[in-house]
Structures are given as C-alpha cells and as structure tokens.
Design a protein around this ligand. Structure first.
Ligand code: SF4
Length: 432
C-alpha cells in the first residue's frame, strides 16, 4: 500500500456495537473517496482510526496497547495521523489527552460528523446509516438503541453511553430494508438492553412490534435477538418468537448470577424466582429455544455459598450457550466506589474456569444429541475444503460453527440442510 493521503485504516476493538459503528464509518469514508481498510495487518497508511472499548480492565488494556502500537508506526514514519474514538476515549478523554499527546485527535462516542470534519469533509453521505460490512455481507448487526437506563452496580456503560435512547421504529425498518437490498439475510439486533426498547420514546415496550415488522421484509430470513435484560421483559415477546418463523429460536439473556444476595448487591432488577420463571416460560412456549447467558464471578462479597448456588443453576438449567466474566472493579461505578473488591483475582478466575468446564460438558452432551439430525444452516464461508455455517441456534463468533462438506457449491448467505454426523463441545460436523 502506498503512503497516500487517501489511505485510512480503521481498527475496531470491543463489541458488536462498535463494529456496527465502524462499518458505518467505513461506508462514509469510502463514499468520501478514501481507500479504507478495516481490522487488517497494516503497517503503512496515512491515517489510523481506532474505535476503542473501555468497559472493563482487559478491554482498556487492549485499547491502550493498540494505540501504543499505532504510535510506534507513527514514530517510524509509516503513518501520519492517529484518531481515537469510542468508549475508552469517552470515559477517560482528559487523562488520555494529557498522557498520550502523540494521538492527533481524541473523540468520544461515535460521531461521524466530527470524524469527517477532522478529515476535511463537512457532510455525511446518504444514506447516513449506509454500511460497509467486512463479512461477505449476508448478516449485519442492527443497533436499535444506545445507552442504558439500568443501574447495575458493576457496570460502566451508563457512564460512557448515557441514558437509553431508542432509534425510532421507522428509522430501524428503513435501515433494515437498505441492508436487505444489499444482500443481508440475517439481522442481529443489538443494544445494551433490547428488552427496554421503546420505553423511552413510545412509553411502552416495543420490541415485539418491532421484530414483527422487521420480519415482513421479504429478503430477511433470520432475525436474532441479543442482550435481553431479564427484568421488565416485554410481555408478549416470547409468543411472538414462538409464532414467527423468521425470529431465531435463540435468546441471549445475561443473568449475571442467581443468588438473591448477589443479584441484590449487583443492583440487578431480577431475582432468582423471576429468573427461573422467565427460563421456564421460554422453554414451555418454545421447547427448542437455545438460551444463552452471561455470568459474572467474584463480585464483591460473593461467598462460597453464593458460588455453589450459581454452579447449581448452571447444572440445573443447562444453558445452550454460556459465557463468564470475572468481576472488574471499575471506578465511578456503584461497586467500584462503595464496595471492596474482596475476592482475589485467582479465585475469580478459578470460579469462572470451573463454570466453563461444566458448560463444556453440557454443550458436548447437547451437541451429541444433534448427531443424525438434519439442521438448517446459513453458510458463512468456505476454506477451500470445508464450509462454515451456523444454525438459527448459533450467533456469529460467540457460538457453535457447523463445519460441513457439500457437493453443490454454496455461497455465503445460502441456506442448506446439513446432516450432522459428529459433534465437539463447540462445533458440529456434517454433510449437506
Ligand atoms: S443492563 Fe446493567 S450490565 Fe447491561 S449495560 Fe445496563 S447497566 Fe450495564
């Protein structure tokens, strides 16, 4: 690549919400005439734009290390300009400006106008939500809101992103239509808290209505819902999911814990009884639902007994998918300011690792039950020998892959039935 003024490299860290922002930025910059690369190994270009994450310690470290790497390229004369935006810079703007002067511009949360202004452009290209996806384009994350109105004691998101702001239904549908025209078949709805959608602007939960309307878009075949907060759950969402074929039988509900002591200390708005009731309702109404959750170990005051309760929960519920984080003591959060980070890191990690050991067995058992069955799969890619795809029960990156062979050539975004003949803990193998 030449070291031309027109070359911009975007580096995206953090979650799918950041990825959606970067894809929009990529589109805007390409339309403005730049040659843009995203998340590749680039050692020479004019400008590097880093979209950072600042949620927990590990994420902050990764963002800082990426900035430092870019600075060494700048010092070596391989890049001219570094622009940093996203959660880390929103959260620590003043400190970062003072401590890392080599960065040319610090911007906070995603704001395409400000970014373009720095590059000498004044207006956004239409459509403003236009997107350049790096995947072959058959799925896209669709951000339906920004911010969060909950008050979880451990969480820095409301400090960074502010209050919950829903996008209007019309604007989401317009964006989804545009994406479908570009070849997107699977929409992955994201926000900090999908359950809350609509309560700010429509004064009532509107997620069920929104997904019903999105499902009317002809070329969209799958709609997947991520991050359904378990309290103030939209009443008829489960019925809508049960009846509507386009909505993946997949629910990602971050329970975080199950001990009432912990849920209360974490200032979550659900308890053990309401959590179990929600799981039961899902499984009664949608027997094949894939339930995903996220848990947190080592929150201040987590006793052996609380942890035992959590282990029993994992064993009893047998989630289809599960992730665990260790508690990170974050400044300016309720827990960070008022509670003592009294569980040693080693114990936090051991607790998390043991949960994952249990989950691995559960996952293997569940995957083995699929052997001999034929399952509908969306094709993600081909490595020259095998196709990689996912079932409606698996989201991008975080869940199972279906690795299969097919005599008929397939393209990303094609749907095909795959007969499963082998299973690992986190993969299925088969033949189309
Ligand atoms: S629901 Fe809780 S954990 Fe999730 S973003 Fe909001 S405050 Fe943070």
């Amino acid at each position: 690549m030449t070291h031309s003024e027109k070359n911009i490299h975007i580096i995206t860290l953090g979650c799918s919400k950041n990825l959606a922002d970067s894809e929009k930025l990529h589109y805007q910059l390409t339309k403005a005439g730049y040659f843009v690369t995203h998340n590749q190994n680039i050692d020479k270009c004019d400008t590097v734009i880093i979209n950072t994450c600042g949620f927990i310690n590990d994420a902050k470290e990764e963002s800082i290390n990426t900035i430092i790497e870019a600075i060494s390229l700048k010092t070596a004369g391989n890049i001219n300009k570094i622009i940093v935006f996203g959660c880390l810079s929103e959260r620590y703007m003043q400190e970062l400006k003072a401590e890392i002067p080599e960065v040319n511009n610090w911007l906070g949360n995603y704001n395409p106008e400000s970014l373009l202004r720095i590059l000498g452009k004044s207006t956004l290209e239409k459509p403003e939500y236009g997107r350049h996806t790096d995947n072959p384009g058959h799925y896209a994350y669709l951000k339906i809101a920004e911010g969060c109105n909950r008050t979880c004691a451990f969480c820095a998101i409301p400090l960074i992103k502010g209050k919950f702001i829903s996008q209007t239904k019309e604007s989401i549908i317009e964006e989804a239509n545009w994406l479908s025209q570009k070849g997107v078949k699977e929409l992955i709805l994201i926000a900090q808290d999908l359950s809350y959608y609509g309560r700010d602007i429509y004064k009532k939960a509107m997620l069920p209505k929104l997904v019903e309307e999105l499902s009317k878009i002809e070329k969209i075949e799958w709609i997947r819902l991520h991050y359904l907060y378990p309290a103030m759950f939209p009443n008829n969402l489960i019925d809508v999911m049960a009846e509507n074929k386009k909505i993946c039988k997949y629910a990602d509900i971050p329970f975080q814990h199950i001990s009432d002591n912990m849920l209360k200390a974490m200032k979550r708005q659900h308890n053990k009884t309401s959590s179990m009731k929600l799981i039961e309702e899902f499984r009664n109404k949608i027997p094949n639902i894939a339930l995903r959750t996220t848990l947190l170990t080592g929150f201040p005051g987590e006793t052996d007994r609380d942890y035992e309760e959590l282990l029993n929960f994992v064993r009893q519920v047998e989630f289809d998918r599960l992730g665990v984080f260790t508690y990170s003591h974050e400044e300016n959060t309720y827990a960070g300011e008022r509670l003592k980070d009294n569980i040693p890191q080693k114990i936090k990690e051991e607790r998390a690792a043991y949960i994952m050991e249990i989950q691995e067995e559960i996952s293997l058992k569940k995957n083995k039950e699929k052997i001999g069955k034929s399952i509908k799969v969306i094709v993600d890619n081909f490595n020259g020998e095998h196709y990689y795809g996912r079932t409606e029960f698996d989201s991008v990156e975080v869940d199972n892959d279906v690795i299969f062979t097919s005599e008929t050539p397939m393209q990303p975004g094609n749907f095909i039935n795959v007969k499963i003949n082998e299973a690992g803990s986190f993969e299925l193998f088969g033949k189309a």
